[in-house]
Each structure stands twice: as structure tokens, then as C-alpha cells.
Design a protein around this ligand. Structure first.
Ligand code: WQD
Length: 316
């Protein structure tokens, strides 16, 4: 049994990673400032360290933790993740996402923790036209959010080379679904929560363009169930404990799903129509973003097992 430190562990994805670690016989200690994370997502017996990564005392927090518990490594999920907000507040995103990663790397190394799983994103590829997108594809992020995710990868890679850490950067494609209502994504920016909200409120969800070069005219994305994503973190942790450093890995299904297909899947799952309206394209949207997920399958033996129906299922 290993214990991992989960920064951002009270977040939508982090809480699922804790759940997956425990299901695999491991455990996690959560470090979260609860600025967007929710303590209610955590099991009652989970250890929560309520701290800001930019807190000057971060090193002392980790030193105290490693005196009390044998920490196998860090899963660094804490970050700000809104693309439009990053455009409005770039320095806040660089400070928290890049500065927070640097602070975490320093504190982890000072505390003798030598393994680092970094939460990255498909946003590092920017407006790619390749389908599917492999890890070697040029990384040309088009938003401050994507830039901070890529800069964080560079910091992790270079620090690992300098200090001999084992590391991986998991590039999430479009994460969706939830194990329960409590664990659901509360952010109202990504497609699936917005479609669910349209069913619940009757307020139409906007479909950003139906004139794209795709089969039904709406954008394609690679949606991956958050439980599959969480299990990818467990597989990554195991690889790092074997002393491997897989580097950057795409986490997706290698399957493109359109906006209208997501809407139909929610209608099937909920047995009710999804009010929606076609509007103009959203600036910066690529027509297609689909992962080549062959490397993570080869390197970690991980493949997604859940489909769109599970992601769209109503949750109790
Ligand atoms: C998905 C699709 C929209 C809302 C971003 C980040 C990425 C990751 C996921 C963190 C697109 C369409 C959306 C709506 C719509 N985040 N859409 N109406 O933009 O693919 O990726 O979030 O890692 O890094 O870049 O996700 O959920 O915003 O959009 O038609 O009201 O749904 O055009 O095709 P996106 P999204």
C-alpha cells in the first residue's frame, strides 16, 4: 500500500483519483486550498491539508507530512483550468499553474519525495488539425491556460532530469462524467455539465457552430470518463514506483464525439429532450481534437473502458 500526496485532491478530478487509489489498495493525502475544491467530495477519514501552494510555509507542511507518513509521490492536480478566465487573467494563471508547480517541485524534493505525476492537458496542442493527436505533435498552445500547462510540463521534465525524479505528464483530453452527484464537476464551463444543466433548467445550451468540416457539422472532441482518467493516475503511480519515467502521455479514447452526439446521449440517458440552439462558432475552437492514446496503452497498459453512455448517465 502506498500513500500519494494529491494537490487539488478536493477537486472534481482529484476526488476521483483519491477514490481510485483507495480502490487499488493505496491511499492519498489531500493538499487543497478549497478555493474551488469541496471538502464534501472527500471521505470522512481522508487527511486534508488546507494550504495554498503559494504559501511560503509549503516546505514545512511537506516536511511535517513526510515525518508522519511515508509519501510515495505527488499527484499534482491543483491548477486553475478555465480557458476564457486565463485570457482575462493571464498572470493569475501563470502564478498559480506554473508558480504552483515550481513551488510543489521544490517542496517535494526538499521533503525527499522523488515521484511526480503532473496533470497536463490537450490544450498544450492548441488548434491542431491532426487526427488523432500523438504526443510528438507540435505543442502550440493558443490560450494562457494551455501555455501554463505546457510550461508546467517543462518545469517537471527539467527538474526531474536535474534531480533524478521519476515523472509523467498526463495530457487529459475532455474529461466527463462522475462517480456520483457529489463528485460531479460543478464548473459550468465544459460541455457536458452545461448540457445536463440545460435538461434540468430548460435553458437551451448553445451549440457553437454546425458548419464545421465534421460529419454532423459540430465539433468533435475525445471525451474520457473521469473514472477511467483516475485509473490512469493509479497506473502512472505504479510505473513511477517501478522507477520508470514515461514522460508525456495522452489520456483519451482515440474516438471523436460531436456536440450533437453528446446532446443525443444525454437525451437517451435522461429520457428528456435537451433544449439547445445553434449559434456561431466560438473563437479558438478547433474542429477536431482526438487523442492518439496508443502510447499510454503500451507504456502503462491503460485503456479507457467506459463510453459516452456512462459519462452521460444520470447520477444519484
Ligand atoms: C467541448 C466542445 C465546444 C460549450 C477545454 C480546455 C481543455 C480541457 C477541456 C482542461 C467544443 C462545444 C462547449 C457550449 C458548445 N480543460 N461547446 N457549447 O474547449 O474542448 O476544452 O476544456 O484541461 O484543456 O481547452 O472543452 O467543454 O469547452 O467544449 O458547443 O456551451 O463543446 O465548441 O467543441 P474544450 P469544452
Amino acid at each position: 500500500m502506498s500513500t500519494w500526496l494529491l494537490t487539488g485532491g478536493a477537486g472534481y478530478i482529484g476526488a476521483h483519483v483519491l477514490r481510485a487509489l483507495r480502490a487499488a489498495g493505496h491511499d492519498g493525502v489531500v493538499l487543497d486550498d478549497l478555493s474551488t475544491g469541496l471538502a464534501e467530495r472527500l471521505p470522512d477519514d481522508a487527511e486534508l491539508l488546507r494550504h495554498d501552494l503559494l504559501d511560503p510555509d509549503l516546505g514545512k507542511v511537506l516536511a511535517d507530512l513526510t515525518r508522519r507518513r511515508d509519501v510515495a509521490g505527488v499527484v499534482h492536480l491543483a491548477a486553475k483550468k478555465s480557458v476564457p478566465e486565463s485570457v482575462a487573467l493571464p498572470l493569475t494563471y501563470y502564478e498559480h499553474n506554473v508558480g504552483g508547480t515550481v513551488a510543489m517541485l521544490r517542496a517535494a524534493t526538499a521533503a525527499g519525495i522523488g515521484r511526480f505525476v503532473y496533470s497536463s492537458s490537450a490544450a498544450v496542442y492548441g488548434e491542431t488539425s491532426a487526427e488523432p493527436v500523438a504526443e510528438e505533435h507540435p505543442t502550440l498552445p493558443t490560450s494562457p491556460y494551455g501555455e501554463t500547462k505546457l510550461a508546467g510540463e517543462w518545469a517537471v521534465r527539467r527538474h526531474a532530469e536535474a534531480e533524478g525524479l521519476s515523472w509523467t505528464a498526463l495530457r487529459y483530453f475532455n474529461v466527463a462524467g462522475a462517480a456520483s452527484a457529489t463528485l460531479a464537476d460543478r464548473g459550468a464551463t465544459n460541455l457536458l455539465p452545461l448540457v445536463m444543466r440545460a435538461v434540468d433548467t430548460g435553458t437551451p445550451v448553445k451549440v457553437f457552430g454546425d458548419d464545421w468540416p465534421t460529419p454532423d457539422g459540430t465539433c468533435l472532441r475525445d471525451y474520457v470518463h473521469v473514472d477511467d482518467l483516475a485509473e490512469a493516475h493509479v497506473a502512472a503511480a505504479a510505473a513511477l514506483e517501478e522507477g520508470r519515467s514515461p514522460g508525456a502521455l495522452n489520456v483519451g479514447r482515440n474516438e471523436g464525439t460531436s456536440v450533437l452526439e453528446v446532446i443525443r446521449a444525454v437525451e437517451d440517458a435522461r429520457g428528456r429532450p435537451v433544449p439547445h440552439e445553434i449559434v456561431g462558432r466560438r473563437p479558438g475552437d478547433p474542429a477536431r481534437v482526438v487523442a492518439d492514446a496508443s502510447r499510454i496503452a503500451t507504456v502503462l497498459g491503460w485503456r479507457a473502458s467506459r463510453g459516452l453512455a456512462e459519462m452521460c448517465a444520470a447520477r444519484s
